[in-house]
Ligand binder design. Sequence first.
Ligand code: OAD
Length: 231
Amino acid sequence: MEKIVILTGAGISAESGLGTFRDSGGLWERHRIEDVASPQGFARDPGLVQRFYNARRAASAEAVPNPAHLALARLQRDFPGEVVLVTQNVDALHEAGGATGVLHMHGELASALCAACGHRWTAPAEMRVAEPCPACSAPAGRPDIVWFGEMPYHMDEILAHLETCTCFAAIGTSGNVYPAAGFVQIADAAGAHCVELNLEASSVRSDFAEAREGRASEIVPLWVDEMLAEG
Ligand code: OAD
């Protein structure tokens, strides 16, 4: 059976109004990664980190899925084989567009995590410093986001899918952050056709057999039409 594994990054949500990280004017130009996306930064200044993710949670709640999110949900629904969606994004736009079973490898803004007991719950719109855990009461609530130095989620499941896929597509990701940037090599070694769909060539462009450049809202629906026509 055909199996398509799709990896998405910030570029797929750019046209929904959510900022990317490394483009000019991106989030990492205005914030230091080590301040807002590391356990050490959270320990130093939890207020700054909560404010950063509260702002992103608010922006994400306002955003609506664009034609690229909708097209991937359509592919999942109509493709005769299996379509696995893996995202580095912490927004919920794939789900809002109708996708199911999305593997959020870098966590989700909608979720809160207790640093003391590991319990997860639905994040309030505004998380506070020392947010109490509803399970153990420790004042240890943090955004359920994978920070630098932490292990991405669902890795065993994702690797198993990559090793058995027939097609791998990376959409809207710059190829700078591992392990996600290395997925193409695993899929390629498994014999999958690997295609990159991005505004520009990513850092790992040469690992792909095929690349299409353009805005996700334009090139993704076209690619989905082709996959459905072939499938
Ligand atoms: P980046 O900001 O690194 O890359 C976004 C990519 O999307 C770039 O290659 C852009 O050219 C492309 N792009 C921008 N607008 C686009 C559009 N309209 N259509 C198609 N492509 C477009 O974002 P990621 O690769 O997702 O991790 O970043 C990976 C990880 O780095 C993030 O998950 C985050 C960050 O640090 C954590 O916070 C743990």
